[in-house]
Write a protein that binds this ligand. Sequence first.
Ligand code: ZN
Length: 245
Amino acid sequence: MGEREKVVEDRVLEVLREWEEYARRGNWRPRGYRIIRGPAGNTKVGEEREEEFMVVYRPHGVLYHHSLGKVSKFFRGLIEGKLYGTRCPRCGTVYCPARAHCWNPSCKAQPTEWVELPPSGKVHTFSIMLFSAEAFLEHLPFVLGYVQIDGAHTALPIQILTSPTHVWVGQRVRIKFREERKGELMDIYAVPVPGQEPPKWSCLHADAKAMEDLRRDLEKTYEFLQERFGITREMVMKRWEAPGE
Ligand SMILES: [Zn+2]
């Protein structure tokens, strides 16, 4: 932190203490090792041999801190349970996620102003995730969407908590705030406004083959969840019961 900066609110002390202790104990030095036998390499076919190697184990942690800069208010808003966007005073474009400057070329990087936005919008586009990176496997299957918040001209990437067969472009959604919030996009998610039916032109719903393929692939995801985590289909469906509606 520079000399001109002062801490206004500090919610990081606990993790800093944890990290200091980590550093004090020199915790990133080797803590153990293993001797393994494996292919020696650089051998010809038919002349393979094994060799012993040493593998050292040492913890490696990174406490990454970075400033959210001029869009900080957006992330503080998430903690406060509010959704903020920014508005360009020259052309009126409303950005959510927030931008500090207008991207309209004719506005020449005009600084924007903060506006509070309602917790509602519509699905601009979406992806149905039936497989994912390790960290999100337990949350499968899930829907990632770009939601255009009412009053905004851009789209916010957000999880849509709904059955993968019940989502479409133009679907009305409400934005929900998780109980425990950290000031990140995962603090919020969208749920469909109840009582909506997919429009006739929804490509997934209008195409019986596409829907059949999705249902078949979903079955594989359910099998995977059961096998890997003991998560049943019923447990998954419970997540989609319109929370807070
Ligand atoms: Zn502008």
